[in-house]
Design a protein around this ligand. Structure first.
Ligand SMILES: Nc1nc2c(c(=O)[nH]1)N[C@H]1C(S)=C(S)[C@@H](COP(=O)(O)O)O[C@H]1N2
Ligand SMILES: [Mo]
Length: 433
């Protein structure tokens, strides 16, 4: 996420990352691969083992108390502690009212999940789909406090426990494996980086006003940015001996996909898990930083965001980042989940749901959304806000604000131009920039 979103509360990212002693660090895992444009430099922490992670699902018992590995120097410990403090306060937890059980969840499968009262519920009682008020999202700047992070759930939140959870890796791998949470934390170098998640339905309300889709009305706050920490998918796949080349029936190399499956039992297609897949090349490229994340903004994941582990695939739509990850399956086929085919598609405007069913449009590769498209929004002035123009206000500058993002494609830096939004005369006469 870029543009006029302030980074003020997360100065550490702006200043270039970590305390020098941590960044200089001991030889923990492979060297950091950085994208030149990344706001974070040197986020290569030593591995930490969450000790307070217990068998309970409540937030208190999964609170993030972390003990650094014993061979860390004291300097590094205090560096990391300081970093964690900065990260947590950057997420302005102290300025956000606490999450709580919400009477609106009574009688649903999510009755035990604590949530932030200000989140705007978009699909009624259940499942929980929500976005923060846009002004609050913007107020907090680059890093969204976790309780205000938008949520997209297709069904109930699984009642997970850290100690009993495991992720299975099977399919085209020489060593099929199952990793416990402790193994994911301990046996793979941790990677930590800020990633913007955006549901590809972000702003669908505006689309629906022009031409009704089959998706619900997202406002323009269906996106959030967190610092995510986890084990790199490429390291895990290599550990399992992933097969890189398979000949197809015609002899040409077949496409290989990495499929991810979540835990919930969902109704789609007569019963299905939430699942989706990405190409093996994307998964294996260490520069893509695809991770199995177990921490968000310095704490273990919250139930709504995938506790204990979820996929994070920078630059991709939120829909590819499977939460409550249970299974990774490497295959020449794409993921067979109903949701992989039915969700996250953009079909030509003449194709409605009926025609899509009749003519098999859901299965056409080219209409699938993987990488985030370019998007920009003016948030100040707000929707329907009237700016008084008088001799007094005309003398003062007015700061417009907004956000913009784009996906993985190697495009030049993102610039949002006012002329995209305003007729030029309006810009000249009414807005000082
Ligand atoms: N298991 C599972 N993973 C899932 C989903 C889901 O319903 N179940 N929703 C997806 C969609 S469409 C989005 S946009 C993101 C939202 O992540 P968040 O709720 O942490 O913001 O999760 C994705 N991963
Ligand atoms: Mo989504």
């Amino acid at each position: 996420m870029a543009a006029s979103v302030d980074n003020r509360q997360f100065g550490r990212l702006n200043q270039g990352g970590l305390p020098a002693q941590v960044a200089a660090g001991k030889p923990y895992g492979p060297a950091v691969t950085r994208r030149p444009e990344s706001p974070v430099r040197g986020c290569n922490f030593p591995p930490f083992l969450p000790v307070a992670a217990s068998n309970h699902v409540s937030k208190k018992s999964t609170g993030a108390t972390f003990i650094p590995d014993s061979d860390d120097s004291d300097d590094e410990d205090s560096g990391y502690e300081e970093y964690l403090r900065a990260l947590k306060s950057s997420a302005r937890a102290s300025e956000v009212e606490p999450q709580a059980l919400d009477p609106r969840d009574e009688g649903t499968a999510d009755h035990w999940v604590e949530r932030h009262p200000s989140l705007i519920r978009l699909t009624g009682k259940h499942p929980f789909n929500s976005e923060p008020p846009l002004a609050r999202l913007m107020y907090h700047g680059f890093i969204t406090p976790t309780p205000l992070h938008y949520v997209r759930n297709h069904g109930p939140v699984p009642q997970a426990t850290w100690n009993s959870w495991s992720v299975e890796v099977t399919g085209l791998v020489r060593r099929p494996s199952r990793f416990t949470m402790d193994e994911l934390v301990r046996d793979f170098p941790g990677r930590e980086l800020p990633v913007t998640l955006a549901c590809c339905g972000n702003r669908r309300k505006e689309q629906n006003m022009v031409n009704q889709t089959i998706g619900f009305n997202w406002g323009s706050a269906g996106l959030s940015t967190s610092v995510w920490r986890g084990a790199r998918l490429s390291d895990i796949l290599r550990r399992c001996g992933v097969v890189r080349k398979v000949a197809s029936a015609g002899g040409a190399p077949a496409r290989i996909n990495v499929c991810f499956e979540g835990d919930e039992d969902l109704p789609g297609g007569g019963g299905s898990k939430y699942g989706t897949s990405i190409r093996l090349e994307v998964a294996l490229d260490p520069a893509n930083d695809v991770i199995l994340a177990y921490m968000q903004n310095g704490e273990l994941l919250s139930p709504d965001h995938g506790f204990p582990v979820r996929m994070i695939i920078p630059g991709h739509i939120g829909g590819r980042m499977v939460k409550w990850l249970r299974r990774i399956f490497v295959s020449t086929e794409e993921c067979q989940s109903y949701y992989h085919y039915r969700d996250n598609k953009v079909l030509p405007s003449h194709v409605d749901a009926e025609l899509a069913n009749e003519e098999g449009w859901w299965y056409k590769q080219e209409y699938m959304i993987n990488e985030l498209n370019i998007n920009s929004v003016i948030t100040t002035p707000g929707h329907d806000e009237i700016l008084p123009i008088s001799t007094v206000t005309a003398q003062r500058p007015y700061t417009m604000k907004g956000y913009a993002y784009s996906g993985m494609s190697p495009s030049p830096p993102l610039h949002a131009h006012l002329s995209n939004f305003f007729p030029l005369s309006l810009v000249r006469e009414q807005v000082r920039v």
